[in-house]
Design a protein around this ligand. Structure first.
Ligand code: UD1
Ligand code: UDP
Length: 359
């Protein structure tokens, strides 16, 4: 069996790292095909270096562009590589343009597709990710659902039961594999002069938030309000898309500490010691749940409803008052919820399933 691992963005590198490690451990033949959707050092290379991942055999260097341009370039680039390499299965993870184009290229060549993190739905077609998820699930052969909720969604959409495997989410593996290292080695709190439990951590980068002036402006106001009310630092490692839009809209956040995106061990350390995390990221909603840190999501919906059900997360949208209200509620909660995303062996499970299926 030979696996092609297609990835292209920060969260895919992080969430595929346990699968890559499992391939190494099980001595399974694989290669990495990087699309180059993310390319800045802080969004890409830093994770390969820090997580000690092998070099990608191919990098398509597609870079940024409109959805059509980017997806189209990935589609034709992945097709070329797959025609040459003829792997038995292509693995994609998540819901980015890389994922949709990678899955589609493989499916059209009659190469099996495995979708890691299948069955997530926000039911919001304004999100490019929702379109990518639905389409990817429906051209995949192996659907690795992180939770029972995701499995039920796929069954409800008519996906046949034999194609769905409930494996948990590889993000748990990634957190477990790196947290100890993060807390033992990393000194990011000292560098930023922060006390454990004495600051808020923020990430916001979603197209439907930061590309819309009213929504991004609302988020910034909400964060400024929290900074004034709690008299605590608000740390925002800012995604390049958000930085670009902040400049374009001329927003000048007052009292917030904007920093470059940080490496994974630093981010885990910041996340695990934060008083509360505000985010519109998918992965961060999961990680805070696993780390038992309260989370307020700066969105109107989530494809991770398990976090809300177990009590680790509340949806706030992008209006200042609602953000404040949800922060107050979350800060009164006991952080005693159970992690619904698995036991940290998802990467190994996926590789074992593929070995069994592809003999
Ligand atoms: C993409 C994914 C999103 C995911 C996010 C993870 C899609 C449709 N979106 O969004 O689901 O949550 O990655 O972070 O696939 N840029 C840089 N350097 C980089 C990458 C991007 O400067 O390395 C800037 C460019 O100005 C670019 C913009 O960020 O135009 C957006 O990048 P893009 O990859 O299109 O989407 P993301 O917002 O990163
Ligand atoms: N992350 C990181 N450094 C940062 C911000 C986030 O390493 O400065 C990690 C975070 O721990 C999580 C992942 O990036 O694992 C989430 O990626 P992102 O929010 O870009 O994408 P999403 O999960 O929303 O698709």
């Amino acid at each position: 069996m030979r696996i092609a691992i297609v990835l292209g963005t920060r969260p895919e590198i992080i969430k595929m790292s346990p699968v890559i490690r499992a391939c190494e451990k099980e001595d399974v033949e694989y290669f990495i095909l990087h699309t180059g959707q993310h390319y800045s050092y802080t969004m890409d290379r830093v994770f390969f270096e820090q997580l000690e991942l092998p070099e990608a055999r191919y990098n398509l260097d597609v870079g940024s562009g409109t959805h059509g341009e980017q997806t189209g370039m990935i589609l034709s680039g992945v097709e070329r590589v797959l025609q040459k390499e003829q792997p038995d299965v292509v693995l994609v993870e998540g819901d980015t343009n890389t994922v949709l184009a990678g899955a589609l290229a493989a499916a059209k060549l009659h190469i099996k597709v495995g979708h890691v993190e299948a069955g997530l739905r926000s039911y919001d077609r304004n999100m490019p990710e929702e379109i990518n998820r639905v389409l990817t699930d429906h051209c995949s052969d192996y659907l690795f659902a992180p939770t029972e909720t995701a499995r039920q969604i796929l069954l409800g959409e008519g996906v046949s039961e034999e194609m769905i495997f409930m494996t948990g989410n590889t993000i748990v593996d990634a957190v477990y594999q790196n947290l100890e290292l993060a807390t033992s080695r990393n000194n990011v709190l000292n560098d930023l002069h922060l006390e454990p439990g004495g600051y808020f951590l923020v990430t916001a980068h979603r197209q439907e938030n930061v590309d819309v002036q009213e929504r991004f402006g609302g988020i910034v106001k909400g964060l400024e309000f929290i900074n004034r009310e709690y008299r605590m630092p608000v740390i925002y490692p800012i995604h390049p898309r958000a930085q670009k839009m902040l400049n374009q809209f001329g927003l000048q956040p007052n009292g917030l500490k904007l920093i470059e995106p940080v490496d994974y061990l630093s981010f885990l350390q910041l996340e695990s010691q934060a008083k509360l995390v505000l985010t519109d990221s998918g992965g961060v909603q999961e990680e805070t749940c696993i780390l038992k840190v309260p989370c307020v999501t700066l969105r109107d919906n989530t494809e991770r409803p398990e976090t809300v059900s177990v009590g680790s997360n509340l949806l706030a949208g992008t209006e200042q008052e609602k953000i404040m209200e949800q922060v107050q509620i979350m800060l009164k909660r006991e952080n005693s919820w159970a992690n619904p995303f698995g036991d940290g062996t998802t990467g190994e499970r996926i590789v074992t399933i593929l070995k069994e299926e592809l003999v």
